[in-house]
Write a protein that binds this ligand. Structure first.
Ligand code: PLP
Length: 434
């Protein structure tokens, strides 16, 4: 009864993000969640489900960590909000900025805070354009991003996103965004054609998430770093999914030994317990900003450095550190990749990929010709897995057919095995119906 009542109100009043609206209005919500613990979510009808994607690749420490609730409550009780505009500050945001600098590589030491990934990327796009403007190169404005990249839905972020349906949703986009495939040759050709003097920055996720968990070609980012240096193009790493341990490294770009000029972050900084993100800039960018400009940084959100969000993020990072969770990502990452390999070998209908607790299996009707099934297998497997107690994620943009995994960092070996065995059984069942 509770479900029906809530579902009716949901249909009536709630416009859902990334949801087929007409279908939703007819059918109503699928699951109405009420609580979570570890890798599990519970819904209002009492079902317990494995959250195989950490919800939106973000609940990294796992569900139900009430310490974060205590941190939020204590901070709100003391100071619910105060502004960080005009140089004012407060303790949690200062401590968080310092903590982030400890986590980031190289000379990336200074953070501008936002409420999420889209805002972080828009902030980076404005910052790099401002940077070139004050350095006397106002034509360096174009931003290069990659096919199948996902950078969010604010106007700049959506314009940089290489997954087409997101861009096609609206009629006009922000200007000056270019999309390149994942070959170095194409990147070089694009820079040649557009002229390096017109290009402000290159942005990429270390491993693409929403685009299907796509690791880069061998040596790709090492080469991109060189090309950016040679052409005076700033390198922005969108670490919204990979950042803070998902790949078994502090940041995804660490996997390739590449230090970007700017890191954009969100999700994992607070494990989703509070909406917070940020853009971290290198000392050299910071110095340039100061050297060439003494005006205002005309960019800031009311919630840039929200005290409660900062306190929650600090507690989250403390938990990851104290519980040695990144080591668990490495260990359980191996188990997950082993499990995906098992699925690949057993079913002979997919290719696996990934690193750490980020993985995927992509389905093909014919592994050699890369012919697809008429209807995506991944979506069918997700439906079967739900019946077996696993909340899964299928990715079908760009004509692909991929099942993605990004479970919470606290997952155990036994839980990885349960997850793989549910998927195994689900694939088996789908196979019988093909
Ligand atoms: N960048 C990446 C790599 C993401 O995966 C996402 C969200 O999925 C974003 C940016 C956008 O972040 P948000 O949804 O917090 O605005």
């Amino acid at each position: 009864v509770k479900f029906e009542k809530l579902a009716e109100l949901d249909k009536k009043h709630f416009l859902h993000p990334s949801t087929p609206i007409k279908q939703h209005m007819e059918k109503g919500p699928g699951l109405i969640f009420t609580e979570g613990e570890g890798i599990y979510l519970k819904d209002v009808r009492g079902r317990k489900l494995i959250d195989s994607l950490s919800s939106l690749w973000n609940v990294n420490i796992g569900h139900g960590r009430s310490e974060l609730g205590v941190a939020a409550m204590e901070q709100i009780s003391k100071l619910g909000f105060s502004s960080t505009f005009a140089g004012n500050s407060h303790e949690p945001v200062i401590k968080l900025a310092q903590k982030v600098a400890e986590w980031t590589p190289g000379d990336l030491n200074t953070t501008f805070f936002t409420s999420g990934g889209s805002e972080s990327n828009d902030t980076a796009f404005k910052t790099v354009r401002h940077y070139w403007k004050i350095k006397g190169q106002p034509n360096k404005t174009k931003i290069i991003s990659r096919s199948l990249s996902y950078h969010g839905v604010a106007m700049g972020a959506t314009s940089a996103t290489g997954i087409e349906p997101f861009r096609e949703f609206t009629t006009s986009l922000a200007q000056g965004f270019l999309y390149v495939d994942s070959s170095i040759k194409s990147l070089k050709a694009m820079i040649e054609n557009e002229g390096a003097e017109n290009i402000a920055a290159f942005i990429s996720e270390p491993i693409q998430g929403s685009g299907g968990v796509n690791p880069p070609p061998e040596g790709y980012f090492e080469e991109v770093r060189k090309i950016c240096d040679e052409n005076d193009i700033l390198f922005i790493a969108d670490e919204v999914i990979c950042g803070f341990g998902r790949t078994g490294e502090n940041f995804g770009m660490n996997l390739f030994g590449v230090v970007p000029d700017i890191i954009c972050m969100a999700k994992g900084i607070s494990s989703g317990y509070a909406p917070i993100g940020g853009m971290v800039i290198s000392d050299s960018i910071k110095n340039e900003l100061m050297e060439h400009y003494d005006g205002n940084f005309w960019h800031g959100y009311t919630y840039s450095g929200h005290p409660m969000c900062a306190a929650v993020a600090l507690k989250n990072l403390e938990i990851i550190e104290n519980e040695n969770m990144i080591q668990n990502v490495r260990d359980m990452g191996e188990e997950l990749q082993k499990g995906l390999k098992y699925l690949e070998e057993t079913h002979d209908m997919g290719n696996r990929r990934g690193v750490g607790l980020l993985g995927a299996i992509e389905f093909f009707k014919d592994l050699e010709t890369k012919e697809r099934y008429a209807e995506p297998v991944s979506a069918k497997v997700v439906a079967k897995a739900l019946d077996r107690g696993l909340l899964g994620r299928s990715i079908v943009y760009g004509g692909q057919d991929t099942l993605a995994f990004a479970p919470p960092f606290c997952i155990t070996k036994e839980e990885v095995e349960t997850m793989i065995s549910i998927i195994d059984d689900s694939i088996m069942e789908v196979k019988k119906e093909l």
